[in-house]
Design a protein around this ligand. Structure first.
Ligand code: ZN
Length: 452
């Protein structure tokens, strides 16, 4: 494979803009701290409350003359959208999206209050610090600065701060795409979450993982029915037994390894960076060589299912007529049909399967001017940066936007300390974001929005 498939920046190439966002670098910390203090917790099942955080964001946009639109799918489930004029209005706009909701946090486990926004050891702590109020703050800081200083982005921007991402975007991105697609009309490309962060390989090499693919989401409800009756009788048609058998078969099933284009490039790049060659014909042993990232990368090599919830019965001596399980399934790009085929074969004909949330996989190539702009912006701020594409095993709002034909990338740039367990921060205890990482992100985004 080529050792350097990504263009090396030409030092005689276009002039790099001087960093002219000192105010944004200062402001981003304040904005992020404020945002972390909103308890915009999404408990799933429609239960969440983004309104106060959305109003804060809208006020910060309005303060500099950007006109925000607030939209609610349900009372309190608020998203904010705004359009910012670029230098070349003839070009299609770029969508820059982030989400306002966060997953719950159990305060008793945390070193600081999860909604305190406390500054400790050079980081801002709180639920949402990396997922993803950091990007909300960085986007706000940069666009406020662009407008205040009269330095328009290269093209129009549509900035979206969304509700309900943590429950599949049903009341946020997905609702907007279904009900207000005009807001994103003409947008051809988008940047959003879980990409653009650094992975330090050595003193002279840092990989920046840019998300170009996402597994599809298949959250499902399984129902077994049987004959209800007294717990003391012989029962050959017990819903709990049937459900448990099906769930156990599913949970133990290992889907076959499949190498998708994104993961192929990623493994090639990683192997090159680490000075080892991964045997792509022996993916199983390749995965074990990946060390700490094996769990994350391993999940991008195959379809997966994890049973997560069970419910049946009300009393120990009453056989219920119905038993229910919830399962979190994820399938690779191009693998949906095969995934469903295997799934139904494992479940058998007697288990009813319904979608809780069902969303397609996403994949785009790692090429084009926008990718070049990401690469050059990263390299301008970190000379040892090497951007590589990767697949996210989870899902983001990119799924909804890609349904509109928008090319979606995970690009929320952060230069992270080498010893930070970044993937462990997502939905984790003591979630925090280094302040220097936020400032770096602002500088990169500022450059990027002028190069995009
Ligand atoms: Zn997120």
């Amino acid at each position: 494979m080529p050792s350097e498939p990504f263009p090396t920046p030409d030092p005689t190439g276009p002039l790099r803009l001087p960093v002219t966002a000192p105010d944004a670098e200062r402001e981003v910390v304040e904005l992020c701290r404020d945002l972390l203090r909103f308890e915009s917790v999404n408990r799933g099942g429609g239960e969440g409350h983004e309104r106060p955080a959305a109003e804060y964001v809208a006020a910060k946009l309005a303060e500099v003359g950007i006109e925000p639109t607030l939209l609610e799918s349900q009372p309190g489930r608020t998203s904010v959208i705004a359009r910012i004029a670029g230098a070349d209005p003839s070009r299609p706009p770029l969508l820059v999206h982030s989400h306002l909701d966060v997953v719950p946090a159990d305060a008793s486990q945390w070193r600081v209050g999860p909604f305190s926004g406390e500054e400790l050891d050079g980081a801002l702590w709180g639920r949402g610090a990396v997922d993803m109020k950091d990007m909300v703050a960085m986007t706000l800081a940069v666009v406020r600065d662009l407008v205040r200083t009269g330095r328009p982005p290269a093209r129009d921007l549509v900035v979206a701060f969304l509700a309900d991402e943590e429950a599949g975007g049903v009341l946020g991105a997905r609702w907007l795409v279904d009900n207000h697609p005009g807001l994103f009309a003409e947008c051809t490309e988008a940047i959003g979450e879980v990409g653009g962060f650094s992975y330090t390989v050595s003193d002279d090499l840092r990989l920046y993982l840019i998300e170009t693919a996402e597994k599809g989401l298949a959250w499902m409800k399984l129902t077994a029915t049987g004959r209800a009756g007294h717990g003391s009788m012989i029962s050959d048609d017990n819903a709990v037994t049937a459900l448990c058998e099906a769930v156990a078969r599913l949970g133990r099933h290992e889907f076959p390894l499949v190498l998708t284009p994104t993961v192929r490039v990623f493994l090639g790049e990683l192997g090159d960076a680490l000075g080892t060659e991964f045997d792509l014909d022996d993916l199983a042993s390749t995965v074990t060589k990946l060390g700490p990232v094996a769990r994350m990368i391993g999940a991008t090599l195959r379809n997966t299912v994890n049973p997560t919830q069970l419910a049946a019965g009300e009393k120990v001596n009453v056989i219920p007529g119905e038993a229910v399980a919830y399962v979190d399934g994820r399938f690779l790009p191009g693998q949906e049909e095969e995934f469903l085929r295997q799934l139904d074969e494992i479940l058998g004909p007697d288990i009813r399967r319904e979608w809780v949330v069902h969303d397609g996989a996403v994949e785009t190539g790692f090429d084009g001017a926008l990718v070049d702009a990401m690469a050059s912006s990263l390299r301008a701020e970190d000379p040892i940066a090497r951007p590589v594409p990767y697949m996210l095993s989870g899902g983001t709002d990119a799924k909804s936007f890609s349904r509109l034909g928008i090319r979606c990338f995970g690009f929320s740039p952060l230069l992270l300390p080498a010893d930070l367990d970044f993937s462990g921060m997502f939905h984790g205890v003591d979630e925090r974001v280094p302040i220097e990482a936020l400032r770096f992100g602002v500088r990169v985004l500022d450059r990027f929005l002028h190069a995009c």
